[in-house]
Write a protein that binds this ligand. Sequence first.
Ligand code: ATP
Ligand code: MG
Length: 356
Amino acid sequence: MTDTVTPTAPQSAPQNAPAYEGPRRILSGIQASGALHLGNYLGALKRFTELQDQGAPCFLFVADMHAITVWQDPAKLADQTREIAAAYLASGLDPARSIIFPQSAVRAHADLAWVFNCVARLGWLDRMTQFKEKSGKHKERSSVGLYTYPVLQAADILLYKATEVPTGEDQKQHLELTRDIAAKFNNDFGVPGFFPLPEPLTQGPAPRVMSLRDGSAKMSKSDPSDQSRINLTDDADTIVAKIRKARSDADVLPDTLEALNDRPEAKNLVTIYAALADMTREQVLAQYAGQGFGAFKPALAERAVEAMAPVTAEMRRLMADPAEIDRVLKDGAERASAIADPVVDEVKKIVGFWRA
Ligand code: ATP
Ligand code: MG
C-alpha cells in the first residue's frame, strides 16, 4: 500500500532573502455590505484621508466581491458600492490623488486570488477568527467565499504591491495571513522580493469601536441591530437618541484609564469621544472625571453630531448625483487595472501558465 502524498513546493527556506524594494503604497478597502458606521469612519476612513494628505499614493477600493460572501440583494449592491465611494469622497479622499475603484471592476483580483488559494494552507485559514465569528454555529452552511475571504484580501493588497494597509484592529489577523502568503509565494517560486510583506497600520485613536448595545462586540455593518451603531447617514436627532440609549453603567467616570478596564461600555464611549475630539482618552477623563453618563452622553452626542454632520451632508449631496460617482469609479478602475494587469501577467509567467 502506498501513501498518497500531495506534492508541495520544494523546501528551500531563503537565507537573507532580499527585501522588497518598490515604492511606498497604501491600500485599503471597505465592503459594500450595508450602511457605514462610526467604527468604519474612525478606524478606517478618517485615517485614509490623513495618509493621503501626507502625500502617500493611496488605493481605496469598494469590496463588492467580499460583500457577496454573505447574501446581498442584487438590486441594491451597485448602490451600496456607490455609497461607499461617496463616503470615501465625503471623508476627504481626492480622486485626483487617490485611486478609488470597485474591486469587481478589476479582473486581476480574482485571477490572483486563485493562485493564492493554491499558495495558502488550509491550516492557516482554519485559524481565522473572523470566519468563526461570522459563520457562527452554521459553518457548513456558510459560503466557501466566506472561508477564503482572507485569500482574496491578500490578492487585493499584493496585486498593487501595497506596502502599508490601514485598517481597524479586526483585520490584523488577515494581514498577517497576507504576509505569510507573500512570503510563501516569493519562496516557493524562487522570486525573493517579488511581493512586499505589507505592514498593517492598525494603531489609530479608535482601532476597535464597540457596539453601542454590547461592549464585547465590535460595531459592525452586519449587526442586525441598527441601535448598535451610528450610521454615517443618521441625522442629528437619531445620533442623539442612539447615544442616549447606548449601554453604559451607573458609576461616574474615573480619573485613570486603568479604572475603565472592567467597564467595556464606558471605555468605548470615552474612546469614541477622544477620537472624535482629537484628544487622548486621558484628556477626556481629566475633563469628565467624577461625572456620570447623564452629563457625559449629551456632551458625546454633541461631539458626534458636530464631527459627522459635514460628512453626512456631503455623502447625501454625492448620492444625489450617481453619475458623478460612477465617473470616479470608472476612472479609478482603469487606473487600477493599468497597475494590476502587468503584475498578474508576471505572476502567471512565474507560475508557469501557458502563453502563446
Ligand atoms: P461587516 O460587518 O460586513 O464585516 P464591517 O463593519 O466590519 O462590516 P468592513 O467593510 O468589514 O466593515 O471593514 C471596513 C474597514 O473598517 C476595515 O478597515 C475595518 O477594519 C474597519 N472597521 C470595521 N469595524 C470597525 C470598528 N468597529 N472599529 C474600528 N474599525 C472598524
Ligand atoms: Mg468586517
